[in-house]
Ligand binder design. Structure first.
Ligand code: CP
Length: 300
């Protein structure tokens, strides 16, 4: 039986990902009466970086669905000393049913998954943040209907979240316009993922304007001056489609990547987006653990 890791969106398959999203919508409808589909199962969550939403959403998701969590600081695990990735993966596999990792090194996460006999879930690496993107797509569908054909405009840094949006675009059939300083222009663009240096042109007729911090964790001290033309402000929002929404995975740095005015408008859906981490996480956990023998009842 193959192990269902949730690390790289393109490796999972479009129909599976769409099914996970559909399940997330269903689980959200059962928010106050969550099915006990993960009863008796345990999840280790290990972090080498700060987190609020990822930690909370996985912890609450497991507990609401009947499971348990163990939180570990990677700096306090033996892997931070001399223990090998292989031994860590094999031992974790004997104790719990799945592992969610937030770790800088994407390669190390993939290496851990190679030795693991239980699902590994990517809670963010320097390369990607697939759980965030599933929550974002859930939010867009809730607010604007089907994701297919929507124009999503990304502003600011070309970071792990942006790169994962770019992976999701051909899978879910939306158009992604990436607007960043020219030195951060993506090396590869496609029919679904285009680059637009001019932020105003990128915002024009967009359904969704999205940004993220200009200084990701571990990049402290970086100059932010070149990002100012890519700030999401009222003037930029005014160029988007009527009814367009503003998204940000949080944490926010006000007056840097977004102005407080934008956050106060009904266009800002940041708290729904944050809550949707919970519902997306539930569906991801259910999919990962179904193959391991867990009977996952699809919610009404
Ligand atoms: N968006 C996100 O991943 O939030 P945390 O860093 O708080 O987990």
């Amino acid at each position: 039986m193959s192990i269902r890791h949730f690390i790289n969106l393109p490796e999972i398959g479009p129909e599976t990902l769409k099914g996970i999203l559909e399940h997330a919508h269903a689980l959200k409808r059962e928010k106050y009466n969550p099915p006990q589909i993960l009863e008796g199962l345990s999840l280790v969550m290990a972090f080498d970086k700060r987190s609020t939403r990822t930690r909370l959403s996985f912890e609450v998701a497991m507990k609401q669905l009947g499971g348990h969590t163990i939180v570990m600081n990677m700096g306090e695990m033996q892997i931070a000393g001399s223990e090998t990735i292989e031994d860590t993966a094999k031992v974790l596999s004997r104790f719990v049913d799945a592992v969610m990792l937030r770790m800088s090194s994407h390669e190390m996460m993939e290496e851990l998954a190679r030795w693991s006999t239980i699902p590994i879930i990517n809670g963010m690496t320097d390369e990607s943040h697939p759980c965030q993107i599933m929550a974002d797509l859930l939010t867009i569908e809730e607010k604007l209907g089907a994701i297919e054909g929507k124009k999503i405009a990304w502003f600011g840094d070309y970071n792990n979240v942006c790169k994962t949006f770019a992976q999701a675009a051909p899978i879910f059939g939306f158009d992604l316009v990436i607007s960043t300083p020219p030195d951060l222009k993506p090396e590869k663009t496609t029919a679904d993922v285009i680059y637009q240096e001019d932020a105003k042109a990128a915002a024009k007729d967009a359904d969704v304007l999205v940004t993220d911090t200009w200084v990701s964790m571990g990049q402290e001290g970086k100059s932010i001056e070149k990002f100012m033309p890519y700030q999401v402000n009222s003037a930029l929002m005014a160029l988007a489609k009527d009814g367009a929404i503003f998204m940000h995975c949080m944490p926010i740095h006000q007056n840097e990547e977004v102005t407080p005015e934008v956050l106060k408008t009904p266009a800002s859906v940041i708290y729904d987006e944050a809550e949707n981490r919970l519902h997306a996480q539930k569906a991801i956990l259910a999919w990962c653990l179904e193959e391991a023998g867990v009977r996952v009842r699809k919610s009404a």
